[in-house]
Design a protein around this ligand. Structure first.
Ligand SMILES: Cc1ncc(COP(=O)(O)O)c(C=O)c1O
Length: 461
């Protein structure tokens, strides 16, 4: 693929001034630590506007956006159909917190696309969906403990906040009994007594942990593709085996498709890998930029949400928000059109970006690998070349949280991304996230990306 020269032009005076101002009223000038100085070394790029695959900052700099709102913007920015539907809906009244046709319109489309969904309950965020999933699993099984995997993120609900961040490899403890790192202060220690922790992508360790504690578990929850340590794929047949093992011990299998849902296939990873989870959770791409989460599964479990003596409680003023429901229906129609033809386009563009990046790293003999396929991927500077000088040693890949903690040079990745930000490529410098291809990206965007990457690599030690 031909590469085009890019130039380093980005000045961000107004972003800096605005960030100073925002810190007077907001903690770290933002509303989530992943957006502030903890990640962006000179302070965040303050964005003002987006269209298609592009965003513009306060200084008027244009960027191709590969972060896409942490994957929420599967249709890119300001997709004309979504803009039209939302504007029309808004003019009729935004939300009634009452029964509306909009909810069922969205739900019917959801059920047509997600294989395991006999019913769906909409929430306002992914965190709410996984929180509700756990409550339902506990009610359904009459058990309270659950198993989560190291390095998986399921939102910021108390019991999920364990080993979600990376730690020095030598502190991780034995695989059979991992060291437990709470991700937050303010969570009672007893909350974590209910959590069983296991390494991912490792069936024999999982089996032995389950032999000890499996009968106490309400659920085993997993991301199908690890998306919060970059992009780590499951080994062949792994997810089905986890599902089988959970069932063997009487626990539900919860597939957290917050990132992968509506992205890897119209029916998410459960369709892609042929899985039948008991419960699955969605958000991000479902809402095409609107705040939403969803919990789906069979009637036999979801019916526990019905009002009555033994019900599982789930309230929310903004549940089934009318604007969001209309955006979802329009979004799912776009994704399902022509038998999901748009997925072919996303895969082609994503795979071209991945191949081009690998090519640059190979040509420049850099110890970097690119993991993922199609709609989502991540780059890891492995650091192994820095130690051993042998870049082939890195080809093995990053297969779990422990590999990530041991081998990934996230400081180098951050420098790499800051170089790209200066060249009109928008991406978070956090190595734990991932690159996203939306329906708005083009091959031209990939060419521009690769030219910028080549320039940045030329300057990297
Ligand atoms: C796998 C996974 N589950 C749950 C969540 C929580 O979703 P939300 O940020 O919408 O609360 C996220 C968010 O990044 C996620 O990646």
């Amino acid at each position: 693929m031909a590469t085009k020269m890019t130039t380093k032009t980005h000045q961000r005076e107004r972003s800096r001034a605005w960030y100073e101002r925002a810190q007077q009223s907001l903690i770290e000038g933002v509303n989530s630590p992943s957006r502030g100085a903890a990640v962006y070394s000179a302070g965040p790029v303050v964005l003002e506007r987006g269209r298609g695959s592009r965003v513009w900052d306060l200084d008027g700099n244009e960027y191709i956006d590969f972060m896409m709102s942490f994957g929420a913007l599967i249709q890119g920015h300001a997709h004309p159909t979504i803009v039209e539907v939302v504007s029309r809906t808004m003019a009729e009244g935004s939300h009634f917190a009452a029964a509306t046709p909009a909810e069922a319109d969205a739900a019917e489309r959801f059920l047509r696309m997600v294989p395991s969904a006999e019913a769906v309950r909409f929430t306002n965020s992914g965190t709410e969906a996984t929180m509700l999933g756990l409550r339902l699993a506990r009610a359904h099984t009459g058990r309270t403990k659950f198993l989560k995997f190291e390095g998986h993120y399921h939102g910021w609900y108390d019991p999920y906040c364990l080993n979600g961040h990376s730690h020095p490899a030598e502190q991780l403890g034995p695989r059979e009994n991992p060291t437990r790192f709470p991700d937050s202060e303010g969570i009672p220690k007893t909350v974590f007594d209910e959590v069983v922790l296991a390494p991912w992508n490792d069936l024999s360790t999982l089996e032995s942990i389950l032999r000890r504690q499996g009968r106490e578990l309400a659920a085993v929850i997993t991301e199908p593709i690890m998306s919060n340590m970059g992009c780590i794929l499951p080994r062949d047949g792994y997810l089905q085996k986890v599902c089988d093992l959970a069932h063997q011990f009487g626990a539900l299998f919860i597939l957290d498709e917050l990132v992968t849902g509506f992205r890897y296939a119209p029916g998410g990873c459960q369709q892609y890998y042929g899985l039948k989870p008991d419960l699955s959770t969605f958000g991000k791409a479902l809402g095409a930029g609107f705040p939403v989460g969803a919990l789906a599964g069979p009637r036999a479990i979801l019916d526990r949400l019905r009002w009555g003596g033994n019900m599982v409680l789930h309230y929310g003023t903004f549940n089934g928000h009318r604007l969001t429901m209309r955006a979802i229906a329009a979004n799912l129609d776009l994704l399902a059109a022509n038998e999901g033809a748009v997925y072919k386009q996303i895969y082609e563009i994503g795979d071209a970006a991945i191949a081009g990046l690998r090519d640059i790293f190979r040509r420049r003999r850099m110890g970097a690998i690119v993991q993922g396929f199609g709609p989502m991927f991540q780059i890891y500077f492995t650091g192994r070349d820095a130690v051993g000088g042998n870049i082939d040693a890195a080809i093995d890949g990053i297969n779990d949280y422990r590999d990530y903690c041991r081998y990934v040079d996230s400081a180098k990745y951050s420098r790499f991304i800051h170089g790209l930000l200066d060249r009109g490529i928008y991406m978070t410098p956090s190595n734990g996230l991932h690159w996203i291809i939306s329906t708005a990206h083009t091959m031209q965007d990939v060419e521009t990306l690769l030219a910028a990457v080549d320039e940045v690599c030329a300057e990297m030690p």
